[in-house]
Design a protein around this ligand. Structure first.
Ligand SMILES: NC(=O)c1ccc[n+]([C@@H]2O[C@H](COP(=O)([O-])OP(=O)(O)OC[C@H]3O[C@@H](n4cnc5c(N)ncnc54)[C@H](O)[C@@H]3O)[C@@H](O)[C@H]2O)c1
Length: 313
């Protein structure tokens, strides 16, 4: 297959690309490096099937040759990053999605959207099934991300209904693993970097808010299984094992052997209090569930961060 991946220099895009390349497919990676990492491109550049196009997908993309799949993963994804890039985030999920849907139509390719558990906002239903419509503040600070992903889902489903385009929508819950950007301010990477550098681990609020953490290899396996089924509606992919943020901080301290203190800071506006996927649909439809326990996935991630953390100033 020949597969286009937007956001290929990012965390998830580079993992997806690497798995496709290992299986012998050709990958055309597209990225504007807004939040991506060159070290991910260097890793992918070792495969002969990989080509890279530096481009901003908020604008239409000219691509030569056939495509079997278009994966749209480009978007700032960590809250500190998308809050710094509000209009870019809105547009890559709105205009960017439209351009990539048009490209898929023109090429007769299947389209795959990386959506997010953020479409559930600060959920009033717990755990969250796909049938829950969410509790999103349409003008809050996080709305640039949440609402644009909701629009991207709506637009994709409309292309399916109007044009018969073959689409997939993965609602991704917090995912972590090697090759995350150590500096993008997500809770897992921040805790590990702080612990390895002997700095205080920053917990927002009292740390009783919960998140679920999925190891990246499990997520990519979920993508592969979703490609195989012709299901055009959202499917939750995440790990239902739920952690309090404070417990995660303690676990990271234990796994890194760090004696960093834990410090508490005010909770950001509209921060979700709890997050856990209901993955019944993924189990039924894809026969998928995460295999890597959080402790084991974190151990692997800590190993990676030990290699890169010295380069962080
Ligand atoms: N990692 C997670 O836990 C998670 C959870 C839910 C959803 N997602 C979604 O998965 C996708 C990938 O996330 P990630 O964790 O790999 O983030 P990331 O920031 O590591 O990767 C995103 C990539 O998109 C690129 N990009 C941003 N705007 C672009 C533009 N206009 N044109 C071209 N490239 C652009 C960035 O440079 C970066 O390489 C995102 O769409 C994100 O919303 C991720």
């Amino acid at each position: 297959m020949r597969v286009l991946i937007t956001g290929a220099a990012g965390f998830l895009g580079s993992h997806l690309a690497e798995r496709l390349l290992k299986e012998g497919h050709e990958v055309l990676g597209v990225d504007n490096l807004a939040t991506g990492q060159r070290r991910n491109l260097e890793r992918l550049g070792r495969y002969s099937g990989f080509t890279f196009l530096q481009a901003d997908v908020r604008y239409p993309l000219e691509v030569e040759g056939p495509l079997d799949w278009v994966f749209h993963l480009a978007s700032p994804a960590s809250p500190p990053r998308y809050l710094r890039l509000p209009l870019e985030t809105l547009l890559v999920n709105a205009e960017g999605t439209r351009h990539l849907l048009d490209l898929s139509l023109a090429k007769g390719a299947n389209f795959f959207l990386a959506s997010t558990s953020e479409v559930y906002g600060d959920p009033l239903v717990h755990p969250q099934p796909e049938t829950y419509w969410g509790n999103v503040n349409p003008i809050g600070p996080r709305s640039i991300y949440d609402e644009s992903k909701r629009y991207a889902e709506a637009l994709s489903v409309a292309y399916h209904r109007v044009h018969g385009l073959s689409i997939r929508i993965a609602r991704i819950f917090n995912t972590y693993g090697p090759f995350m950007d150590p500096e993008d301010g997500r809770v897992v990477s921040s805790f590990i970097v702080q612990a390895l550098k002997g700095e205080p681990l920053t917990v927002y609020g009292d740390g009783s808010q919960t998140r679920s953490f999925c190891y990246v290899d499990d997520l990519v396996e979920g993508f592969f299984r979703l490609m195989e089924v012709g299901y055009p509606y959202p499917v939750n992919l995440g790990n239902p094992e739920e952690y309090r943020v404070l417990d995660l901080a303690h676990l990271v301290r234990e796994l890194t052997g760090s004696s960093s203190p834990i410090v508490f800071r005010p909770l950001p506006e509209d921060d979700p209090k709890q997050r856990r996927p209901d993955i019944s649909l993924a189990k039924r439809l894809l026969g998928w569930e995460p295999k890597v326990p959080v402790r084991e996935g974190l151990e692997r991630t800590v190993l990676y961060f030990r290699e890169v953390v010295d380069h962080i100033v």
